[in-house]
Write a protein that binds this ligand. Structure first.
Ligand code: DP6
Length: 330
């Protein structure tokens, strides 16, 4: 009745931004991401068989408010699927990177929770079911069950059973690809992705334009990733990120996730490219740019981010699948 899982976060190269179903967390468009090793979240879940409330601890603190509610909902779904009296759950989760700083920590967290909770309930591993459960916690978590390059298929069904993450290339496909997270701010962002995308869908006149090209862009990036063509991947990822942010800037009130240092890093990236260095960026709903480069240019790219005032650069490479581990957190 107790299981522990570890999952990596991911960074989208073609992004998810906007839901067609808020309750089931179904996206308006497909997206594609690469898993970020070695960053990870580890989660232990135990179903106690006893009555009472779930006990939920995240990064050393008892979870409260919406964070607690989202975990409770995911645990409830496992109980419903199990059809057995699993009772109240105890969950302890620990991440090795800052939460809510623009990196989707919720992706790794809900992926680890989905794998651990299903295993604790006695289910065999099933990446599709795990991805669907993870998606119910946080959309981008559907792409953190498997490693390497994962496409979250939009799906068509109203029940969401065809909307899950699917690995297209594993982490060994492009081992020298590097994703450098430039920590230009460690503050919690003012508007969380969930609220930001809702407001963009509801109020931005640019939202329909954002969704229009998405499926084509996913197909396009798959072709570029297949050929390991960094220039083509980088150009498309940058364009996609800018368009996502443009749709958010068009919301009412406007949503600007960029800080001055974010733009400095972007400018520096462009400068390096003019000198023949292969480095591009992408940006989630936060101020910390993620540079896309390869081992060859990794040191130079990292140095340029530090020179723009970043406090830290986290170097990542394509990571593997979410896994069950033997060492429990309690
Ligand atoms: C900008 O998955 O955090 O990182 O589904 O509401 O939990 P919810 O949102 P979340 O949004 C991620 C948005 C993004 C782009 C992406 O990862 O595709």
């Amino acid at each position: 009745m107790k299981a522990t899982a570890r999952a990596h976060p991911n960074i989208a190269l073609v992004k998810y931004w906007g839901k067609r179903d808020e309750k089931l967390i179904l996206p308006h468009q497909s997206s594609l991401s690469v898993t970020l090793g070695p960053l990870s979240v580890t989660t232990t879940v135990e179903f106690t068989g006893e009555k009472g409330a779930d006990q939920i601890e995240i990064n050393g603190k008892l979870a409260e408010g919406s964070e607690r509610k989202r975990v409770e909902e995911a645990l409830k779904l496992v109980r419903a699927e199990g059809g057995r009296k699993l009772g109240a759950a105890k969950m302890v989760s620990r991440g090795d990177f800052p939460a809510a700083a623009g990196l989707a920590s919720s992706a790794a967290a809900f992926a680890a929770l989905a794998v651990a909770a299903r295993a604790a309930a006695g289910f065999k591993r099933d990446t599709r079911a795990e991805s669907i459960l993870a998606r119910r916690g946080s959309g981008s978590a559907s792409r953190s069950i498997q490693g390497g390059f994962v496409r979250w298929n939009r799906g068509r069904r109203p029940d969401g059973e065809d909307s899950f993450g699917e690995q297209l290339f594993d982490e060994a496909h492009w081992p020298d690809l590097r994703m450098l997270v430039g920590m230009v701010s460690r503050e919690e962002k003012e508007v969380k992705s969930r609220d930001g995308m809702r407001s963009t869908v509801d109020t931005s006149p640019y939202y329909p334009a954002w969704t229009k090209d998405a499926e084509r862009e996913v197909k396009e990036i798959v072709r570029h990733v297949k050929r390991r063509d960094l220039e083509a991947v980088g150009e498309l990822a940058e364009r996609n990120a800018w368009r996502m942010h443009a749709s958010a800037l068009g919301a009412n009130p406007p949503l600007c996730y960029l800080k001055p240092a974010t733009l400095s890093v972007i400018e520096a990236c462009r400068g390096l490219r003019q000198q023949g260095v292969g480095v591009w960026f992408t940006l989630d709903a936060g101020p910390n740019p993620v540079l896309l480069t390869t081992v060859k240019d990794e040191a130079l790219a990292g140095a340029i981010v530090m020179a723009q005032g970043a406090t830290e650069v986290v170097h990542c490479a394509p990571g593997g699948d979410a896994q069950l581990v033997e060492t429990h957190l309690f």
